[in-house]
Design a binder for this molecule. Structure first.
Ligand code: HQG
Length: 177
């Protein structure tokens, strides 16, 4: 199995479905490395070397170990309720959200909502947003007036790997990028 498939499996377990292999994440999203390797064996065999490669080379820096590499977690992107210690921060004036054309009407009515994830994900540049949107179909990119949102009291968090997160973006802060 390729390292990319293994990485997708790790994302699924650490962000969305730990129960797939019967592992328990702690309240901060950490999994015990030893357990992850043991419990993965039947579904998607992972060696410590695989996991080290995945953590070190992931294109978006999705995962991190603790200092002694006994624990591993995803830095953001969860649908399971965990607290990864996101940092409240002041956003750049404009952020971007990539979506698919088929969602545009609904987004223009309801704003950006979290769906199954814990947050709405925003990108710092239009190119990344285009790539995120293309995962869902023909891409469409919204510009988010983050400056006005921040002035109006909305909280913004930044993950360790540079993804901006919010709870909701009402339609009035959205425009076509
Ligand atoms: C859409 C990837 C209809 C939203 C990426 C998106 C990202 C609405 C979809 C991260 C809506 C949810 C997250 C509304 C939002 N009506 N559709 N009111 N509000 N949507 O996958 O942002 O590779 O949960 O536009 O890089 O696509 O996993 O979120 O199309 O950072 O590390 O509902 O996932 O990172 O889809 O992606 P998702 P997302 P990773």
């Amino acid at each position: 199995m390729s390292i990319v498939s293994k990485s997708k499996f790790v994302a699924k377990v650490l962000r969305h479905q730990p129960q797939l292999i019967g592992i328990v994440l702690d309240e901060n999203g950490w999994a015990k490395v030893e357990e992850l390797l043991q419990l993965s064996a039947k579904v998607c065999p992972l060696s410590m070397k695989d996991l080290e490669t995945i953590v070190a080379t992931d294109s978006k820096g999705r995962y991190t170990f603790n200092d002694d590499k006994t624990l591993v977690r995803a830095r953001q992107g969860h649908s399971v309720r965990v607290d990864v210690g996101l940092v409240l921060a002041t956003p750049p004036a404009v952020l971007y959200h990539g979506t698919a054309e088929k969602f545009v009407c609904s987004i223009n009515q309801h704003g950006l909502v979290k769906k199954s994830r814990l947050h709405v994900h925003l990108s710092v540049n239009k190119q990344s947003a285009l790539e995120v949107g293309a995962r869902h179909g023909t891409p469409f990119v919204f510009a988010v007036d983050a400056q006005s949102m921040a002035q109006d009291g909305f909280d913004f968090w930044i993950s360790e790997n540079g993804v901006w997160l919010v709870d909701h973006v009402p339609p009035k802060y959205l425009s076509k990028a």
